[in-house]
Design a protein around this ligand. Structure first.
Ligand code: SF4
Length: 267
């Protein structure tokens, strides 16, 4: 069976061609632009140029993707170490443009020094900046953490709010962070976490041809059943870290390889 194209791809006739010709088509696909040189827009456009629109979101294909992710990552969870929703919120703010490993190293000491939203709210901005410096963008992150802590103390009784609407009023909190907190800390699924990994994988797997995280989230919410949103987010993030990495994805180790027709596949 030809796996270069989606099941209902109009170019399925390729499947009937002799093996040698089929290989050439595969070779042409490999010569496509490298992922390392692609912008997010180019990635979205290039990931699926051979497949007709909506090919990637064929319900049977989506079910197979979910099944394969369940097989590979049956019980993955958020990699940010936390003991309560507030710590998860702080860790998620710190994780922007930073690895979870680095964030976990920083928060190990940070959550001993500042134990509650009240203690964070009273922190000296310059001292907090130093405490989180190694996570990058530390001035903005310190501002967000201080602002969010103060608002949580002053307007939400010291508790992290449990609705998307309220979370989005906190400084430094956009849909990605709110979805992480709602899904992981409270088990509330109101959307799909779209970070850099989910963005890249959604494009490569042709689940979305958009590059804007908000639009990607809408695309995913249309095709992924709501009861899978939380686990699906974790699975995509883990797959993006371990296998479908940005540079040279490890396609030979990927259990989605047979249904993936990304232009920058490495097999
Ligand atoms: S690792 Fe390769 S085969 Fe797997 S999803 Fe990513 S691009 Fe496709």
């Amino acid at each position: 069976m030809c796996y270069i194209h989606a099941p209902n791809c109009s170019r399925r006739a390729v499947m009937k061609k002799p093996k040698s010709n089929h290989k050439k088509i595969g070779a042409r696909a490999k010569k496509g632009p490298k992922s390392t040189a692609l912008s997010r827009h180019a990635m979205a456009a290039a990931s699926c140029v051979t497949a007709p629109k909506d090919a990637g979101t064929n319900p049977q294909r989506v079910r197979t993707i979910l099944q394969k992710l369940d097989e590979a990552y049956p019980d993955v969870a958020c990699a940010l170490v936390h003991e309560n929703p507030f710590q998860l919120l702080v860790s998620t703010i710190l994780s922007a443009q930073c690895t979870d490993e680095r964030v976990n190293k920083v928060t190990k000491a940070l959550f001993v020094k500042y134990r509650t939203p009240q203690e964070f709210a009273r922190a000296s901005p310059s001292e907090l900046e130093l405490d989180i410096r190694s996570t990058g963008f530390f001035r903005n992150k310190a501002k967000s953490i201080l602002g969010a802590s103060r608002k949580i103390v002053e307007e939400f009784g010291g508790e992290v709010p449990r609705t998307m609407e309220q979370l989005l009023t906190l400084p430094g909190v956009a849909r990605k962070t709110a979805n992480v907190v709602l899904g992981t800390a409270f088990g509330i699924a109101v959307g799909v976490v779209v970070d850099t990994h989910v963005t890249r994988l959604s494009n490569r797997l042709d689940l979305s041809r958009n590059s804007d995280p908000k639009k990607i989230e809408q695309d995913l919410m249309r095709v992924i059943p709501p009861e899978k949103w939380i686990l699906f987010s974790h699975q995509m993030i883990w797959h993006g870290r371990k296998v479908c990495v940005a540079r040279k994805p490890r396609c030979s180790e990927c259990n989605l390889e047979q249904i993936c027709y990304a232009k920058d596949k490495t097999v």
